[in-house]
Design a protein around this ligand. Structure first.
Ligand SMILES: [Zn+2]
Length: 413
């Protein structure tokens, strides 16, 4: 993966002059790999973790000490489904902000995301190359925000656009293949395909791409060393995505046992994005163009979504936390974790959906989602023990470090 190489190049450098060596002490450290270490000290050099010292072992001289003993330390969290560049902030005179303005507005979404403890996102659709530019600006240190893995623009069928062609549409396997190649050439880290209807107030899940078209996208992405995720609100396109060997499936409800068993067997991740429709239900009363009864439709979809997540988890499918945050939902990125617990995951398993599972899905499990030697120094401090209550993570983030730099200073506990 391109961005992984970029990250590694940065992190394998020896300590540069002027870089700080820090020692951060936590009352408890959950390292994202199953380890729970009390009175742990994390040694950080440059942007990576140099060592993790267990109880009683103190940092050698020369390290700047940061005392967070009142808190639990965790790896920086990963939100695998965002739309960082979506923004419907009011514009003088009305209408939508143009792309250049949306890139500026996205910085607020990035900041709110960091404040939830999320230091890495997978961004799943943006117009005009915005997410690629944003990823690169953040990577270059010219914009503050989480690390971004981006698909650029998601692939749409003409069914979804009612026949209107644009730079995101493709029809037939040959066009799909060409578009996948073009997107990767333009800098996409992976591919996203919208294989069913379902978006905003529309919670239908009718397939919009054929199995052959999905297969063409998957084969082309994989041949070029990239992953691919498939958007499906309903079960049919998810079934095709599994058969085509896609790497993950977003949203889908009502998945049958055979599909879930196949996902578990093939290691296909399920990203339920349950909280997204909670947010839409909350804002529905302010939406002038949404149909009457839309809140009931959201509630019904949420119930089916929770039930599908419950059954997926029972069947051994690996889940990853995706907020599907858009517009004013940023800052609520981790509320999805509470839904994971409602779906029957233990708090510890829920936390893993935003650490180990998510990192594994992105192919960066040694670099992210863990606090271990050689990993990026992405760390957060939370109030309380997330193993007892996931609310410690959802509402208790007090301090955030990304790549060895404090990006959210300690807040009043
Ligand atoms: Zn989405």
């Amino acid at each position: 993966m391109l961005s992984r190489r970029t990250f590694l190049a940065a992190s394998s450098l020896p300590l540069l002059r002027g870089e700080t060596a820090r020692a951060i002490r936590f009352g408890l450290l959950l390292d994202g790999r199953g380890g729970a270490i009390s009175d742990a000290t994390v040694l950080i050099r440059g942007d990576q973790v140099e060592d993790v010292l267990a109880k009683g072992r103190r940092a050698p001289a020369g390290y700047q000490q940061i005392d967070l003993r009142r808190f639990t330390g965790l790896p920086g969290l990963i939100d695998v489904h965002t739309h960082m560049t979506y923004n419907n902030a009011p514009k003088p005179g009305g209408g939508q902000w143009p792309p250049a303005a949306r890139l500026v507005l996205a910085e607020e979404n990035a900041r709110k995301t960091l404040e939830t403890g999320v230091t890495t996102v997978r961004d799943l659709n943006a117009a005009a190359g915005l997410s690629i530019a944003m990823r690169d600006l953040i990577q270059a240190g010219r914009m503050q925000g989480p690390r971004m893995f981006v698909c650029g623009a998601g692939i749409l069928s003409l069914k979804a656009t009612r026949g209107r062609r644009n730079d995101q549409t493709a029809e037939g396997p040959a066009e799909v293949e060409a578009l996948v190649r073009k997107q990767i050439a333009e800098g996409a880290d992976f591919i996203k395909m919208f294989a069913s209807t379902g978006s905003g107030p529309d919670v239908s899940g009718d397939p919009t791409f054929s199995y052959e078209e999905i297969r063409a996208a998957v084969d082309t992405a994989h041949a070029l060393g990239r992953g691919i995720t498939v958007h499906s609100y309903g079960p049919a396109a998810a079934r095709d995505a599994l058969r085509a060997r896609a790497d993950s499936i977003e949203h889908a409800v009502d998945l049958d046992d055979e599909t879930l068993e196949g996902m578990a067997r093939q290691g296909v991740f399920y990203v339920p994005t349950i909280d997204h429709n909670r947010y839409y239900s909350d804002i529905a009363p302010e939406q002038k163009n949404w149909p009457a009864g839309v809140q009931a439709a959201f509630q019904q979809f949420i119930e089916r979504n929770v039930e599908t997540a419950r059954r997926a988890h029972r069947k051994g499918v690996r889940l990853a936390m995706g907020s599907d945050a858009v517009n004013s939902m940023f800052g609520q990125n981790t509320r999805e974790l509470a839904w994971m617990v409602k779906a029957g995951l233990t708090p510890e398993q829920a936390l893993a959906t935003a650490t180990a599972n998510a990192a594994s899905m992105l192919g960066v499990e040694r670099e992210l989602g863990c606090v271990a030697r050689g990993a990026f120094a992405d760390l957060i401090a939370v109030d309380g023990d997330p193993r007892k209550s996931i609310e410690a993570v959802v509402r208790g983030v007090k301090w955030v470090m990304k790549g060895g730099e404090v990006v959210v200073p300690l807040r009043n506990a």
